[in-house]
Design a protein around this ligand. Structure first.
Ligand code: 5GP
Length: 115
């Protein structure tokens, strides 16, 4: 279903972003407000608002976000030291853009539990 979400506009090239990865199903770009030396957002080309909206037919698409994350971690040089791949769901978890996105964060030590 078409959407005018911020991230759909990045997928469409209507809003600029520093792209680092593209596939048939996913696009990745640097976060505008990075929280780590590497902070990349991996999103599906398909508009899906939240994890709560994922359906079984989306499983390959959502899986492809992790394939992308693995490749981005390697190309960013953070794969061996380690990185975090995290997706927030709804406001209570900190989601502010309602088009699912995997945050790939690395290049510094990561604390657990997250805040
Ligand atoms: P959330 O809070 O939904 O989990 O993450 C949204 C992320 O999108 C935030 O880390 C925020 O910095 C990033 N963001 C918001 N607007 C833009 C934008 O226009 N361009 C880019 N590259 N990142 C954005």
């Amino acid at each position: 279903m078409p959407s005018d979400s911020l991230f759909c506009k990045i997928v469409a090239g209507e809003i600029p972003a520093e792209l680092v990865y593209e596939s048939d199903t996913a696009v990745a770009f640097r976060d505008i407000n990075p929280q780590a030396p590497t902070h990349v957002l991996v999103i599906p080309r398909k508009h899906i608002s939240t994890i709560n909206d994922v359906t079984p037919s989306d499983e390959a698409i959502v899986g492809s976000l992790y394939t992308a994350a693995k490749e981005i971690a390697a190309s960013e040089g953070i794969a061996d030291d380690g990185y975090r791949a995290v997706m927030n769901c709804n406001e209570g978890a900190g989601q502010s853009v309602f088009h699912i996105h995997l945050h790939v964060l690395g290049g510094r030590p990561m604390n657990w539990p997250p805040g």
